[in-house]
Design a protein around this ligand. Structure first.
Ligand code: F6P
Length: 510
């Protein structure tokens, strides 16, 4: 094809814009998150459409018409967003009760009182009348709304059943499903009712290519197909025979960032203003974290580790800050509100113990979604803490590796997908090991400047070797689309990264 004009349909729960019904009208805001940032360049190509789910207000009819008008009038005409309205109760069951309270928790190892608990009758109803029904409605809407495109790209755990439903309606259209979060192994899948785990695996096998974050996720998926579905699996080749006889490829495509776009954002006035606002007082050091306020991210253990660090190292008291950029998330779910309260209680405890008589509390929480502010903090911090319980990838770690200038150090959970890419540069921690995390923080701050710079260079190189363009291009290539076309990816300016700033001395050197 001469110009790159493939007709691609992206389907994801969240779109590049959020549509919220406020005071009798739709309000549109840019959506945040790694999924959106990685797919947006593709969504700007002329023949690409992005279908996403929107929760309708109760008085639906008028609102539904308004939704389409709002989407059509959207300020960014290059994005071809198609909202799919779902009744509020159905959406809550599909997104809240199953996708986030069951699948998210299970797939991040959060099982028990603070995560996935007993699956009762209400939950069974939510599975059938919410999760499955939402997927059926999406398949029907897509069948009615679009002639067979050149490919479907289906995203994430909200939409496991969708590839099989689309396969029936579009028998010859290439379909790829990508899961952004860790994939559960058979013992974890077996915590779900049998019909559910079978529906998840069989739904995914409707795709031609099942994309996952890491080789470990690929192994977990293949093991599930063999063990739970009894499917023929070729582990080394990453192939599964689906029930209809097709051969499905299972591949790892680690999510990544767009270094050129990041380098550009760091030059904006908003980032400059935030850097000035957040600048450390003379002689002070700064640890940061940047994550959605989510039980999987390890915020409580992180603040406990910081508390322990101040116990172990009195010399740091009064001259070490912890800036926590916590993005509000899923606040309509009780488990997320309880987590937020527990995090705040932990922060207050630490601050009550360690605020100097005449000084600032050591932990400062910024509870907002402000990307420029978070990037500004990443540029200048001494250490970034990423101690997720589990994480599909963790793009914050990769963003930081591109923008850090101080140079900073990275402490990363061994159970985050990003740990592999950061090996050789980051200080690894076990996410529940509060004592080990405290010691890793101390070590990060004590690293001589030259060592921090060398470690940062290793991590930056690793990120530059596999970017968001590679993530997307390899998936399109697997579907037989000419992914190498230069039009495909963000045609941004050539990458020019500022060198790390003159290194600040480590505390041990000071
Ligand atoms: O990466 C996992 C994911 O659920 C994405 O699908 C989503 O963009 C992001 O986390 C944020 O979650 P949510 O869309 O529920 O706010």
């Amino acid at each position: 094809m001469g110009a790159w004009n493939r007709r691609i349909v992206i389907v994801a729960n969240r779109g590049p814009n959020d549509f919220a019904w406020q005071d009798g009208r739709w309000v549109v805001r840019p959506a945040a998150g790694g999924l959106v940032s990685m797919l947006e360049p593709l969504a700007r190509r002329p023949n690409v459409r992005w279908f996403c789910c929107v929760s309708e207000p109760p008085d639906a009819q008028e609102a539904r018409e308004g939704l389409y008008t709002t989407a059509a009038d959207e300020a960014d005409p290059d994005l071809h967003v198609v909202p799919i309205p779902l009744p509020a109760r159905l959406y809550q069951a599909y997104y809240g009760q199953i996708s986030n309270e069951v699948l998210w928790m299970l797939q991040h190892g959060l099982v028990g009182a603070d995560g996935l608990a007993a699956i009762d009758a209400r939950r069974h109803r939510a599975w059938e009348e919410g999760y499955q029904e939402a997927n059926r409605r999406l398949a029907n809407t897509l069948a009615g709304a679009t002639p067979a495109p050149d490919a479907f790209l289906v995203q994430d755990y909200h939409l496991y059943p969708l590839p099989a439903l689309l396969r029936r309606r579009f028998p010859r259209t290439p379909i790829l499903h990508f899961t952004h979060i860790p994939f559960p192994d058979p013992p974890a899948l077996k915590l779900l009712p049998e019909a559910w785990r079978r529906a998840i695996l069989a739904g995914l096998l409707g795709a031609d290519v099942v994309g996952l974050q890491t080789p470990g996720d690929v192994r977990a998926f293949l093991a599930g197909c063999a063990d739970i579905l009894g499917a023929a699996v070729e582990e080394r080749a990453g192939l599964v025979r689906a029930a209809d006889g097709r051969t499905v490829r299972v591949r790892a495509y680690p999510a990544s960032v767009d270094p050129a776009a990041l380098a550009q954002v760091t030059l904006t006035p908003a980032v400059a203003a935030a850097r000035a606002r957040l600048a450390a007082p003379a002689g002070a050091r700064t640890i940061i974290r940047v994550d959605r306020l989510d039980p999987s991210k390890g915020q409580i253990e992180g603040f406990r580790a910081f508390e322990r660090l101040l116990e172990l190292r009195p010399d740091l008291r009064g001259r070490l800050r912890f800036l926590a950029f916590l993005v509000p998330s899923r606040t309509d779910l009780a488990i997320y509100r309880a987590h937020r309260d527990a995090v705040y209680a932990q922060v207050e405890r630490v601050n009550a113990r360690f605020t100097p008589d005449d000084g600032q509390p050591p932990i400062e929480v910024y509870y907002t979604n402000d990307r420029e502010q978070a990037l500004a903090a990443m540029i200048d911090c001494d250490a970034l803490l990423v101690n997720s319980r589990r994480d599909g990838m963790n793009l914050v770690a990769k963003e930081w590796a591109i923008v850090s200038r101080r140079p900073g150090a990275l402490i990363v959970s061994e159970t985050a997908g990003a740990a592999d890419a950061m090996a050789g540069g980051a200080l690894p921690v076990a996410p529940l090991d509060v004592e080990g995390t405290a010691r890793a923080l101390a070590r990060a701050l004590d690293l001589p400047a030259a060592a921090r710079a060398a470690r940062l260079a290793v991590m930056r190189e690793s990120v530059l070797r596999w970017t968001a363009d590679d993530w997307l291009g390899e998936q399109l290539a697997a579907l037989g689309l000419d992914a190498a076309h230069p039009d495909l990816v963000s045609a941004g300016p050539a990458l020019t990264l500022p060198p790390p700033a003159a290194a600040t001395p480590a505390l041990a050197d000071a």
